[in-house]
Design a protein around this ligand. Structure first.
Ligand SMILES: Nc1ncnc2c1ncn2[C@@H]1O[C@H](COP(=O)(O)OP(=O)(O)OP(=O)(O)O)[C@@H](O)[C@H]1O
Length: 576
């Protein structure tokens, strides 16, 4: 009930369009009900004493019929187009609202979601509103008005014959119910099979490199064939049931006609029914049974639309876990000091990842996070940008708790180079410029030079206009990483996060990038994660993490003088 109320509220904006559409649907149905009456009236005219007025009356009926059919064009257009216009506009609005909502959720929300499922929420689930508003509701109105209208008309013409023609109704209702509950679900099985085929194809095309590298072409081809086969089998089964069902309903519907011919003929023989009434009965029966057999289908479609609408509303009603505090202020004129005050974090309840993290750094300092893989280094940097909130403690920038500032102002002061560089399917220039929409080409080039990627770009055929391909697949790992660094430099943010920014480059390039980073040092606060300790030798503060805790703190030289993890890691790397 609550959902129904919400659905109504969503559509209220388009009420004018929708009211006209519904009115037109109503008018259209009434015209459909009137036309047989006119045809039977014409028969009646010819049946009775034909005189000179008969021709005039036939002329009048012809004109009325002509006008009605013209009006039908108008009403059909209005009912069809306006209902769709209202519905598709609503769908568009919902699509962007659902997208914006999903886009604003924290990383925690995305961690257990599948891309395909989220896409389906934005594209398919929202489309159920179209099904509901442009098809189900108008069809319901048409059907109810038609059935009620035909029942009244038939009863007024001849109650006895009318009651006889109602005999097939329970059978038609029952078969409609069978169709909705037994046959249509089979079509849904085939839809699921095609969705699985799609998912398999998506996976395989993304992993085509691995398929070829491990010579799995025939195996994968077989898997695709299997999935395609499941679809064909389920589809053909559904079509077979459907092919049995439809003629059966057609037969039930024609029982009415048989009754009219048999019993109607009998009544006419005894002078209890006129030929024009028989004509009226036959014509009205053509309108009568289809809405009845479609009732169960409509109810079933309604349930489907309801489920889709529920999934849309669920997204719209899910509160954001990471959002601006009610009185959040803008974080401006950032100097770049960072403080972690007793910070603890867990992705899943009671599974602590990091705890008791305490440290501070001054503006312009370089701070490095070191430790075994999976210890929580990336997690700590994600907390600075509020991709997650600490489960305990707080993080301060320039002495201000980051929870008290707006998310946008916080993130606009931080430029990340993430571990897995994601590039959009555009040009190199566009990908670097993504960090700062106000930047011109000169600034983009300057950033690329600072990230030591400019010469590489100029060697490419289209320079900065070179397309990077989906996820940047036309570029090498090192190139992607340096584009990500250029992007971060262009952001001109006072805080830079480098999550293994030089992991995919050769030693020479690494040295070059180190120079670029050194150029930035002093003017920006840099938080760097590195496995290769040589890259963080110059850091002002190195935090060594083990088992989710900071076990050592100091500069490179200080840490080398202590017995501990850092010294061991350094020794291990030097011995390589
Ligand atoms: N979204 C997530 N949900 C649940 N657990 C996660 C999530 N992301 C990371 N983890 C877990 O948190 C721990 C810390 O991960 P994190 O990526 O911070 O480590 P790291 O020190 O940066 O590792 P590496 O050096 O390999 O990059 C790991 O055990 C990881 O499995």
């Amino acid at each position: 009930m609550k959902l129904l109320w919400k659905l109504g509220k969503e559509a209220i904006k388009y009420r004018t369009l929708y009211i006209i559409a519904i009115f037109s649907t109503f008018a259209l149905t009434l015209i459909n009900l009137t036309a047989p009456k006119i045809l039977s009236s014409m028969t009646a005219l010819l049946e009775d004493n034909v005189n000179e007025n008969t021709l005039k009356d036939i002329g009048t009926l012809t004109v009325i019929l002509f006008v009605l059919y013209l009006l039908k064009i108008l009403f059909r257009f209005l009912s069809n187009y306006l209902a769709h216009k209202a519905a598709w506009n609503l769908v568009e609005e919902l699509r962007i609202r659902v997208y914006n909502r999903i886009q604003g959720f924290s990383m925690g929300f995305f961690s257990d979601k599948q891309t395909g499922d989220l896409m389906s929420r934005v594209v398919n689930d929202t489309a159920t509103f179209e099904l509901l508003y442009a098809h189900i509701i108008p069809e319901m109105i048409t059907n109810v008005v038609t059935v009620v209208g035909v029942v009244i008309i038939l009863l007024t013409i001849n109650a006895k014959l009318a009651l006889l023609t109602f005999i097939p109704i329970p059978f038609i209702l029952f078969s409609g119910w069978i169709f909705a509950t037994k046959v249509r679900p089979k079509f849904r099985v085939s839809q699921m099979a095609i969705a699985e085929l799609n998912a398999k194809l998506q996976d395989n095309f993304s992993g085509v490199h691995e398929i070829q590298a491990f010579c799995q072409e025939s195996y994968e081809s077989e898997q695709v064939l299997k999935k395609a086969g499941v679809f064909t089998k389920s589809m053909l089964y559904a079509l077979k049931l459907s092919a049995i069902f439809h003629p059966a309903v057609e037969f039930l519907s024609s029982i009415g006609t048989i009754i009219v011919v048999g019993f109607g003929g009998f009544l006419a023989f005894h002078g209890e029914l006129s030929i024009s009434d028989i004509v009226a009965f036959l014509l009205y029966l053509t309108l009568f049974y289809a809405p009845i057999s479609g009732l169960a289908r409509l109810l079933e479609e309604m349930q489907q639309a309801y489920a889709g609408a529920e999934r849309v509303m669920m997204i719209l009603d899910t509160p954001r876990d990471i959002k601006n505090a009610p009185n959040a202020k803008e974080l401006t004129h950032v100097q770049g000091s960072i403080t972690f005050d007793s910070v603890a974090f867990e992705y899943e309840k009671d599974v602590p990842i990091v705890k008791d993290i305490d440290f501070s750094c001054e503006p312009g300092q370089m701070i490095a996070l070191v430790g075994p893989t999976g210890v929580g280094k990336t997690t700590l940097t994600q907390l600075i940008s509020r991709f997650y909130d600490p489960t305990n403690g707080k993080i301060l920038i320039d002495g201000i708790d980051i929870k008290e500032v707006t998310l946008e102002s916080l993130r606009s002061n931080i430029a990340p180079v993430l571990q897995d560089t994601f590039l959009f399917n555009g040009t190199i220039g566009e990908n670097i410029g993504y960090a700062n929409s106000a930047a011109d080409l000169d600034e983009i080039v300057a950033a690329a030079k600072a990230a030591r990627i400019h010469d590489n770009i100029m060697e490419m055929p289209a320079g900065y206009h070179t397309k990077v391909g989906e996820r940047g697949m036309r570029l090498s790992g090192g190139q992607k990483q340096r584009i990500a660094i250029a992007r971060a430099i262009l952001r001109k943010a006072p805080i830079i996060i480098l999550d293994e920014a030089t992991a995919s480059v050769d030693v020479e390039t690494e040295k070059e990038i180190q120079k670029a980073i050194s150029d930035l040092a002093g003017s920006r606060t840099i938080v760097a994660i590195a496995h290769r300790l040589s890259t963080i030798k110059n850091a002002d503060l190195i935090l060594v993490l083990e088992n989710g805790k900071v076990v050592q703190k100091g500069t490179h030289l200080e840490l080398l003088e202590q017995e501990g993890l850092y010294k061991r890691l350094n020794l291990a790397q030097n011995n390589k």
